[in-house]
Write a protein that binds this ligand. Structure first.
Ligand SMILES: Cc1cc2nc3c(=O)[nH]c(=O)nc-3n(C[C@H](O)[C@H](O)[C@H](O)COP(=O)(O)OP(=O)(O)OC[C@H]3O[C@@H](n4cnc5c(N)ncnc54)[C@H](O)[C@@H]3O)c2cc1C
Length: 458
């Protein structure tokens, strides 16, 4: 492997910026969202266009250089970057182009969710993404894409129409329902295993305003609220959604001072229904027990998407664990409550996102995302600004996961996992793993793209 030869080969063909240790901008460019990740790539190729990506893949391949692909840099385990090797960095490729006639948006591989929301909202439309606008659209989509609009409109991949991909040999293909169907199936949940996706074509949905916001309850009401939530979300109409959370009320003016720093259980609502219908549908559950705060009302969809961005700026320490759940059993509620009471820091949280409604209109084997027959995707995150608290947040997350995992369906959403080993990857793709491995063998037989939740070529 010769990184220097790779850089020498790449330079004359490259329009973007190649950064190596010592260059101005290298230190900033190697940072990812999770401050716990501290990797030092040999070089970072900041691409400006598809030709740059093709050249970078060819140079790395011919000089046998390890490659990581960076979209938004949000991955929990830091899989958008590597130690040594070359990072193919798409974060300067952020154009999002709406075609109002076909109701589609073409988003380049470095777009964040916020970039896409900004472009589409101007046309009174949206495509389903996640719940934090700074997350990269590339990693999010390639893992599946779970968010506020999953119940009405499905996962992000259920709105994906086509992808432009640079393959491991540096060639370019378009994958869709009409061409390279096997590759299209694989990128709908199989992550960055199959190539560098330089752009995504998404279907748009008629979403401009949503009826949204949080309801908070003091933690001692957890059993009552969790039971009400599990009944509600299992049968709610598809135009109503809400994810369950344990959190500490942030000490910011948005919330009344008497609630600041109090641990709560919560549901963060998002309904695409008319405000009066949305209010009617959620009224009963929002008045279960004695809510400490109920702050739900109409807001522009991008405002909801970016609501939490200021609370979670880049660079915090994050430790993640995740599982899918078919139900919230009575036995699991006591476990949840115990760990909610022990939330180790103000930023630490646990979320459960609904995986039903329109997500269930597609079968487990119809895309690479194999866990559609569940109710919820759970994620436990220990988070804190101070690296000194790394152990504290890690211990809490691991202990919570160890206690709750026996109540789960076995696998996890790959985008909520850190690097947890091959068995965990297999458990998460379950019945789809072998087909993914066969497609991997066809498109990337040498496992050139391996800095990811890796699928080994069959
Ligand atoms: C604060 C926060 C909130 C989140 N909320 C949600 C949520 O609501 N819903 C949800 O579904 N997920 C959510 N996630 C998880 C998120 O989907 C993953 O972290 C995802 O990997 C982020 O993608 P990225 O492009 O930002 O990451 P990166 O770190 O850049 O990359 C992640 C992975 O994708 C690969 N990759 C990136 N770009 C490309 C590309 N163009 N072509 C091929 N492979 C590529 C990388 O190689 C790597 O393996 C959240 C994450 C964070 C940190």
């Amino acid at each position: 492997m010769s990184l220097q030869k790779g850089i020498d080969q790449l330079k004359p063909q490259f329009r973007g910026y190649i950064l190596i240790l010592g260059d101005a901008g290298y230190e900033e460019a190697r940072k990812v969202y999770n401050g716990m990740i501290d990797k030092r790539p040999g070089a970072i190729a900041r691409c400006l266009n598809v030709a740059d990506v093709m050249a970078a893949v060819r140079a790395a391949r011919e000089q046998d250089v390890l490659v990581a692909i960076r979209g938004g840099g949000h991955n929990a385990g830091g899989l958008g970057i590597c130690d040594g090797g070359l990072v193919i960095d798409l974060s300067l490729m952020r154009s999002a182009h709406v075609n109002p006639a076909s109701r589609t948006v073409r988003a380049e591989g470095g777009c964040t969710g916020g970039d896409v929301d900004h472009a589409t909202h101007a046309f009174g439309m949206a495509t389903p993404t996640g719940t934090i606008a700074t997350t990269g659209i590339a990693g999010l989509t390639l893992g599946g894409g779970i968010g506020h609009l999953s119940r009405p409109y499905g996962l992000t991949i259920d709105n994906l129409l086509a992808v432009d991909v640079v393959l491991a040999d540096g060639s370019f293909v378009i994958a869709s329902a009409d061409e390279h169907q096997d590759l299209f199936w694989a990128v709908q949940g199989g992550g960055g295993n199959f190539g560098v996706v330089t752009s995504f074509l998404f279907r748009l949905q008629p979403v401009k305003m949503v009826n949204a916001g949080p309801t908070f309850w003091p933690l001692d009401q957890t059993p009552q609220v969790m039971k009400a939530y599990r009944e509600f979300i299992a049968q709610a109409p598809e135009d109503v959604s809400g994810f369950f959370a344990f959190l500490t009320v942030p000490p910011v003016p948005l919330f009344p001072a008497h609630l600041h720093n109090q641990k709560m259980c919560a549901v963060i609502w998002c309904s695409t229904a008319e405000p009066a219908r949305a209010d009617q549908l959620t009224k009963a559950i929002r008045s279960v027990g004695k809510p400490a705060l109920d702050h739900v009302g109409p807001m522009p969809f991008p405002a909801l998407q970016s609501l939490f961005d200021p609370l979670y700026p880049p660079g915090l320490q994050w430790y993640w664990r995740a599982d899918f759940f078919k139900e919230i059993s009575d036995a699991s509620i006591a476990v949840h409550q115990k760990f909610a009471e022990a939330l180790p820091t103000g930023h630490s949280t646990m979320h459960m996102y609904p995986i039903n409604g329109a997500v269930h209109h597609v079968g487990n084997a119809d895309t690479a995302f194999s866990y559609r027959d569940v109710l919820l995707a759970g994620v436990i995150v220990g988070v804190d600004p101070d690296p000194k608290n790394k152990e504290k947040i890690t211990d809490w997350t691991k202990s919570y996961y160890d206690a709750i995992h026996p109540h789960s369906s076995g696998g996890a959403y790959v985008n909520f996992m850190m690097e947890e080993g091959q068995e965990r990857v297999k458990a998460s793709f379950r019945g789809n793993y072998d087909r993914l491995a066969t497609i991997k063998k066809k498109y990337d037989p040498s496992n050139f793209f391996r800095v990811n939740q890796n699928i080994k070529p069959a």
